[in-house]
Design a protein around this ligand. Sequence first.
Ligand SMILES: CC(C)(COP(=O)(O)OP(=O)(O)OC[C@H]1O[C@@H](n2cnc3c(N)ncnc32)[C@H](O)[C@@H]1OP(=O)(O)O)[C@@H](O)C(=O)NCCC(=O)NCCS
Length: 201
Amino acid sequence: MDCVVRIHIFTHISRSRKGIQIMPWIHTSSPKLKVQIRWLLHCDLPKVLDIERRVFESTWTKEDFLHCLQQRSCIGMVAEYNHHVIGFMIYKLHKAKLHILNFVVDLEFFRKDIATQMIEKLKDKLNQQRRNEICLELREGNLTAQLFFKKMGFKAALVLRNHYNDTNEDAYLMRFILNEKDTLFLPFAPHNRIAEYYDVA
Ligand SMILES: CC(C)(COP(=O)(O)OP(=O)(O)OC[C@H]1O[C@@H](n2cnc3c(N)ncnc32)[C@H](O)[C@@H]1OP(=O)(O)O)[C@@H](O)C(=O)NCCC(=O)NCCS
């Protein structure tokens, strides 16, 4: 094995509607796994629900998934390894962006590069579909996901105060912009107006 084995202790904040619960997990980093990413089919739902329940305390029900996926603009994809579903993502198509609504890897496959491959797949779709942004909301307390999305090039763009009905927790709106450097030269690029007033140089 060419991989250095490390032990990561981290916490996960569940999206429970009943209230937030911190679940401490000890996790060992292990070699990367190559997964296949394909459309989510109706027959995948039991496994998807199983993963959702194992990772979050109380979350999307089967009806929530069905309701969402019945909309033409909502897309579901799964990550498969050895013909087993080990992760999934649900996202909504907007004119210029993809909005991730749910994104989960099964517990025992954490830190094996699965989520990285799922995000790479979405980034490929941006190129193909002439969209230039992927966004999602993350709980302020979900440090694991924040670190992951930061590594994937997402930046916190906005704090959404009291975003979650269950706990009133704030959310970070995380955004990945394709070819972000090009947008810096747009005439309407945001700038720091406060700094402008204090610039005495
Ligand atoms: C966030 C999540 C999707 C990451 O999935 P994953 O398959 O373990 O991620 P990867 O293996 O691709 O990780 C890539 C990088 O992200 C960072 N990262 C991922 N998990 C991390 C952790 N627990 N601690 C620190 N960094 C972490 C690391 O930089 C990692 O690279 P490395 O392993 O080479 O150091 C997974 O933890 C998960 O499903 N969490 C619960 C669901 C959730 O919070 N979803 C988001 C809101 S819907």
